[in-house]
Design a protein around this ligand. Structure first.
Ligand SMILES: [Zn+2]
Length: 261
């Protein structure tokens, strides 16, 4: 069927793998140069040697692939460029990494390259590997940044109803469903963000998102940020997040999708 024309190399992160037929797999890869692509990995299940055992998630890969005009390209080779072994051994880190990659897969359109997003994704995996920060904190800051890059930034500086800007030194109410602050005169909102947490989330919107994750988190602050951001995400992406599994594994029970008051 396919000839081996125009194959090329790319850095890649595997974001989904689905068995296909008797021996093949269909993979979704995130790459900096080609964007998110789907490729057929022939014989991937029959022989581990074919792809040098490299077709595992949570690794930076070097892949050789070709993309024709059809939606499905072909994968010819794959090697692990950088592994994240400490991440793989830790359930908390694995579950947030899985949810983070799923969010990227969900938000990024096919074949729409975003080198910045790819770089952030590698940095997110590196930060989880290093263990220098709370995994949930890395996850939340990464999500906020990815949402901002995808045009879904939460509004954290002004009331979404009247436009009034709270002083940077004061706490403010955030409505994760509406995705904005709502001031007291406009009725307030269920999640009260301290000035410090608001500043931290604000920083996560920009290129220094990772620095905001690496600051120490207090447990209540982390729980509040988690409620705010996961609820916000659920209302920004089209499918029922909880049922599909995205974030459900990254989130601590009990949780019913409603923000804490
Ligand atoms: Zn207002």
């Amino acid at each position: 069927m396919s000839t081996r024309a125009k194959s090329e190399h790319a850095d890649a992160i595997l974001v989904r793998s689905v068995d296909y037929g008797e021996a093949d797999r269909i993979l979704t890869l995130l790459t900096p140069t080609l964007g998110k692509v789907s490729v057929l990995a022939r014989g991937a299940r029959r022989s581990k040697r074919r792809f040098a055992g490299a077709l595992e998630p949570f690794a930076l890969l070097d892949v050789e692939l070709s993309l024709g005009r059809s939606e499905l390209g072909s994968l010819w080779g794959a090697q692990v460029k950088r592994a994240f072994p400490a991440l793989l051994r830790d359930l908390a880190r694995l579950s947030v990494a899985g949810a983070a990659l799923e969010l990227v897969r969900e938000l990024l359109p096919e074949r729409s390259p975003d080198a910045t997003l790819f770089e952030h994704t590698v940095h997110m995996l590196q930060a989880l590997e290093s263990g220098q920060a709370e995994p949930m904190g890395v996850f939340l800051a990464f999500c906020v940044r990815v949402l901002a890059l995808s045009g879904f930034a939460p509004q954290l500086t002004a009331c979404g109803v009247c436009g009034k800007q709270p002083s940077a030194a004061r706490s403010a109410d955030f409505d994760p469903v509406r995705g904005c602050l709502v001031c007291q005169s406009c009725g307030g909102a269920p999640v009260r963000l301290s000035a410090a947490l608001r500043a931290r989330l604000q920083q996560a919107l920009g290129p220094k998102w990772l620095a905001s994750a690496l600051l120490p988190w207090s447990t209540p602050e982390l729980a509040l940020a988690e409620t705010a951001i996961t609820t916000f995400i659920e209302h920004r992406i089209d499918r029922p997040v909880g049922k599909s599994g995205l974030l459900s594994s990254a989130r601590r029970p009990p949780e019913s999708g409603t923000p804490a008051s």
